[in-house]
Write a protein that binds this ligand. Structure first.
Ligand code: SF4
Length: 250
């Protein structure tokens, strides 16, 4: 049995669903409920459904999702939001990932003359350096995959493995949404994965230098403000943009 036949057979046995209106539209398709389904099978489904038109977002904290996806589809396209404010360690992790997996790593740059957090505020800065470049890049894709997990924060606690990204008219896939921190750590250890060295210095969540300090979960992001998300993820419930008292993270 060829690898493709094996996937089809597994899919037939598990009756993995086929969705009828994949991406690129404004009407949400009927999406499968993958609660309890292993990450590998969710990723197999994604490639079966969308081929290489499903792309993978990485923040370069670790390479768990890249490793899982690459083992199923080595040609997977990975994108990284190169905001201009990343830690040296994060950029070094991106280079190490590209060298190890030889994946097509797309570095998305900010818009021209991007806003700066210290002058225009966090929302404008994240929009110019993350949200708008990502929206432009995803315009001709059918789906995107992220390593978002429920345990990371309250805003992510209700995320599903497959969601409709209404703002972009795309299917969004979160294959490891159910994973605990321990599962992530075990997978990293078992597979000898690349990890951003800042993780070892107490940074659970790693974003841009001015907006990240060490901390558990996402507490080190925009610390001292009410800001919880940069705007690239749809969160549940939707959170209003908080007031911006000014930067406090060093
Ligand atoms: S995380 Fe901070 S520095 Fe990075 S894009 Fe957002 S506001 Fe700007």
């Amino acid at each position: 049995m060829t690898p493709t036949e094996a996937i089809l057979e597994k899919r037939r046995r598990r009756a993995l669903p086929i969705i009828t209106s994949p991406g690129g539209g404004t009407i949400a398709p009927e999406l499968p409920d993958f609660e309890g389904v292993p990450a590998e099978e969710i990723i197999e489904w994604a490639f079966q459904e969308f081929g290489l038109e499903v792309v993978l977002a990485s923040s370069m904290q670790d390479s768990v999702l890249i490793d899982l996806a690459w083992k199923i589809e080595p040609q997977v396209e990975v994108f990284f939001l190169d905001t201009g404010f990343h830690f040296y360690e994060t950029l070094a992790t991106a280079r190490a990932v590209r060298n190890r997996y030889n994946v097509n790593l797309v570095m998305l740059e900010p818009v021209d003359e991007p806003a700066v957090w210290s002058q225009e505020g966090y929302k404008a800065c994240c929009a110019a350096r993350k949200v708008v470049p990502m929206n432009n890049y995803l315009k001709d894709k059918k789906a995107w995959m992220s390593g978002l997990r429920r345990v990371e924060s309250e805003t992510r606690a209700k995320a599903k493995a497959v969601e409709w990204d209404a703002g972009r008219g795309l299917v969004k896939i979160n294959p490891i949404v159910e994973w605990s921190d321990e599962q992530v750590e075990r997978y990293i250890e078992d597979n000898d994965l690349i990890v951003n060295p800042l993780k070892l210095d107490g940074y659970d969540s790693i974003g841009c230098v001015p907006c990240t300090i060490p901390g558990n979960g996402r507490e080190g992001r925009w610390n001292g403000t009410l800001r919880a998300e940069c705007g690239i993820h749809q969160v549940h419930p939707a959170v209003a943009d908080p007031p911006e008292p000014g930067p406090t993270a060093g």
